[in-house]
Design a binder for this molecule. Structure first.
Ligand code: ATP
Length: 328
């Protein structure tokens, strides 16, 4: 057991995601509840190195639970990747009498937190904040549910225009390494095909499947493409290939891009962020360190940071089968 914790810091790092503000609010209010001081660190590890801190009390986080982005700002810090940079960060924390750090971010941010702990024996706790849901040790990362709703809303709108013009739309969604967003929104949006990094459908089978659905009477089609899909062509090359090898459709592309990261967090993400913040602070107070809080079987549990970093977040194979059956 380390020394008693009297003051904690919280920062947001890496790509922002809806729900980060709700997590900051939860960390700050849990500290207030336990009579612990709390400090917000601006711009992730960059602000940690520079000592860009702000004392936060329970009232300072009013009106943010419903806001996307992060009031503490996020950043990627090259300097924190160096020992010199991390030494500066440690000095800033000790000069401010801070006893522990909550990091809201993705696996890169957790890697930084773990290295920092190993070098300075400084207590750290991670909260998974990324829309991609690509972190081991939690069924949901903060922002994933909101991003799903944003994407489904966009698919519904695109479907309106697709069916009015007999169009085939390729819609690109985020997901370089994992297809969680594509798979879930593809099912919810009634996509004919879903291309994900975990599965190589191949161009011939894609065209075959689209032809089949057109012959079965469909007048419009939507294909959801994860950024990192395995076919190995970018979405515009995919469109050209299908244009050249299929008749009967006007083929279009829509890249949803950064809109997927923004917007008011869903009810699910607000509740999840509130639960994760409580667990992160209370675990630090109990003397735990080097863990990530995550949702497992609807319970907020701790997973060692090294496991969360190294582990693979796997797609649900049952969903793949459901999507196949639904596109019949
Ligand atoms: P996202 O999933 O949105 O990309 P992330 O947390 O994985 O979020 P990264 O850019 O990979 O985002 O990492 C955020 C920051 O964490 C980096 O800018 C860097 O400051 C720190 N970091 C990442 N890897 C390391 C490392 N190996 N050593 C020290 N710090 C690191």
């Amino acid at each position: 057991m380390g020394k008693a914790i009297k003051k904690l810091a919280v920062l947001t790092s890496g790509g922002d995601s809806p729900g980060m503000n709700a997590a900051i609010r939860s960390v700050v209010r849990t500290c207030a509840y336990h009579d612990i001081e709390c400090v917000g660190v601006y711009r992730g590890y960059e602000g940690l190195i520079e000592g860009d801190f702000k004392a936060m009390d329970a009232r300072s986080v009013k009106g943010i639970i419903n806001k996307g982005g992060t009031i503490l700002k996020s950043a990627r810090s090259k300097e924190f990747r160096t020992e010199e940079g991390r030494k500066k960060a440690f000095k800033q924390l000790t000069d401010a009498n801070i006893d522990g750090l909550v990091v809201v971010g993705g696996d890169g941010s957790f890697t930084g937190a773990l290295i920092f702990n190993q070098e300075f024996d400084f207590p750290v706790m991670g909260i998974p904040g990324t829309i991609d849901n690509d972190i081991y040790g939690t069924s949901h990362t903060l922002g994933f549910d909101t991003a799903l709703n944003t994407v489904v809303d966009a698919i519904d709108k695109i479907r309106d225009t697709a069916s009015s013009h007999n169009r085939l739309f390729f819609i690109e969604v985020m997901g370089r390494d994992v297809g969680h967003i594509a798979l879930n929104t593809g099912i919810a949006g009634g996509a004919e095909e879903i291309l994900i990094p975990e599965e190589d459908l191949g161009l011939d089978r894609l065209v075959e499947s689209l032809n089949k659905s057109r012959k079965s009477g469909k007048t419009s089609s939507i294909v959801i493409v994860a950024e990192g899909d395995k076919i190995g062509k970018n979405i515009f090359e995919l469109k050209d290939y299908v244009d050249d090898n299929m008749e009967g459709y006007d083929v279009r592309v829509s890249v949803l891009g950064h809109m997927q990261r923004g917007g008011a967090p869903s009810c699910f993400d607000r509740v999840l962020a509130s639960r994760m913040g409580v667990k992160a602070v209370e675990s630090l107070l109990e003397g735990e360190t080097n863990y990530m809080v995550g949702l497992l079987n609807n319970s907020v549990e701790l997973t060692p940071l090294d496991k969360a970093i190294k582990g693979k977040s796997k797609i649900n194979l049952e969903l793949l089968r459901v999507s196949d059956i639904m596109s019949t």
